[in-house]
Design a protein. Structure first.
Length: 110
């Protein structure tokens, strides 16, 4: 697993066809993995030609995946160190936090 701030990239061993399971994979053309809701800083692909970001609809909501080509790809963000993903498929997980006063779980806002 590779972490960049509140974003975790989890390697997926299954072939891409198994990941999509017949569901539509929507390509995110700008290469943005996670938008910064507060700061406006985005986790994004440094070079669009080396990887693709997809969103796949699931019964719990959309899931994001990154397909990385044979040269690997760097993920950049203004407030975090650049990380490099080797070739392969990755599921994107956004960190969550628990609000003890409100007693609910929410996605971390960047």
């Amino acid at each position: 697993m590779i972490r960049q701030g509140d974003v975790l990239f989890i390697p997926v061993c299954d072939p891409w066809e198994t990941v999509t399971k017949g569901r539509e994979a929507k390509l995110q053309a700008r290469g943005i993995i996670q938008e910064g809701e507060v700061t406006g800083h985005h986790h994004r692909l440094e070079v669009l030609e080396n990887a693709e970001v997809f969103e796949i609809e699931n019964w719990q909501g959309p899931e994001k995946y990154v397909r990385v080509g044979e040269n690997g790809v760097s993920i950049v963000h203004e407030e975090h160190h650049t990380v490099t993903l080797p070739p392969g498929n990755y599921k994107v997980h956004i960190a969550r936090e628990y609000d003890y006063l409100g007693q609910f779980v929410r996605q971390v806002r960047d």
